[in-house]
Design a protein around this ligand. Structure first.
Ligand SMILES: [Zn+2]
Length: 291
């Protein structure tokens, strides 16, 4: 994704991993091969790999540089984390910090970190392993966690029923930030400044939020995991297999696609592969994602 300009604000992408990933039936249990094939003209080759039959996906962060602040949205899986439930992520090593540096930013430059939700692939670089301890990666940042989301995972950790979507990430990637006094528990409509504000988008997780950006007469929405894959623009009724509240997740996604279809709003999702940025357009029998 080339850096995007919104007035004086610049948005770029910091990639951790990208390529053919899940089979459609695993990530999107409601999907069918026929339905995917019907959208092949715009899904291939960027978003669907015909050879392997896998969805092409990405794990990345977004970097937002306004005249006043440098903001990181979602922090991927991270390095050195114990993630026994997901083999490729278990004690993973990637050059994500080098990619951040290539984008022109050092960890000390980050003013705010926003986690759209507290799943394992959105909190990882919140912390890094230093001398055997997990410490905040961004020493000068305030980390924004939606308060209901935080409360949900805090309760899960207390033993009420641990969830596989977490895999220990609350302990090693959220609690150390809290202990360092760098966390801000915020409402779903929190505003970072007059160009950036949160919107509630619950369902995939209890306190999932999107971040809206406006600048220079343009708008973007950082939509986290409200949609995992562009095909959900055509089939917003398809949940991922990781959605906490299926009915709420479906309703949130269908409302989102309806609201943004045929507008100029740039959609910046957490797992859409390159070229990543696009708009939702109608025109055929179903909406599609236009890059
Ligand atoms: Zn995710």
């Amino acid at each position: 994704m080339k850096p995007l300009q919104f007035g004086e604000t610049v948005v770029s992408r910091v990639v951790e991993a990208e390529g053919p990933s899940f089979y459609p039936g695993f990530l999107l249990p409601d999907s069918s091969d026929d339905a995917i094939d019907a959208e092949a003209d715009w899904l291939e080759p960027n978003f669907f790999d015909r050879t392997s039959g896998r969805l092409v996906m990405s794990v990345h962060s977004y970097l937002i540089r306004t005249p006043h602040h440098t903001i990181l949205v979602d922090t991927c899986v991270g390095n050195d984390k114990n993630r026994p439930s997901t083999k490729p992520w278990h004690r993973q090593q990637t050059p994500w910090l080098d990619h951040l540096a290539t984008a022109g930013v050092q960890p000390g430059d980050i003013d705010f970190v926003l986690c759209t939700h507290l799943h394992v692939d959105h909190v990882g670089w919140n912390t890094q392993l230093v001398d055997g301890r997990w410490v905040p990666t961004f020493p000068n940042a305030k980390y924004l966690f939606q308060k209901d989301e935080y409360a949900f995972w805090q309760k899960e950790q207390s033993g009420a029923g641990r969830s596989g979507a977490n895999d220990g990430c609350f302990e090693d990637s959220v609690l150390p930030v809290m202990a360092a006094g760098q966390a801000l528990l915020v409402e779903s409509d929190h505003a970072i400044d007059d160009t950036l504000h949160l919107d509630p988008s619950p369902g995939h997780s209890p306190g999932h939020v999107c971040l809206n950006l406006s600048g220079g007469g343009r708008n973007a929405v950082f939509s986290g995991d409200l949609m995992h894959h562009p095909v959900q623009c055509a089939y917003p009724e398809w949940n991922s297999g990781f959605c906490y509240d299926p009915d709420q997740s479906r309703a949130t996604r269908m409302g989102f696609v309806d609201r943004h279809a045929d507008t100029d709003t740039i959609i910046l999702a957490a797992h859409f592969a390159a070229p990543t940025a696009g708009r939702i357009v109608s025109g055929g029998a179903r909406c599609r994602f236009a890059v």
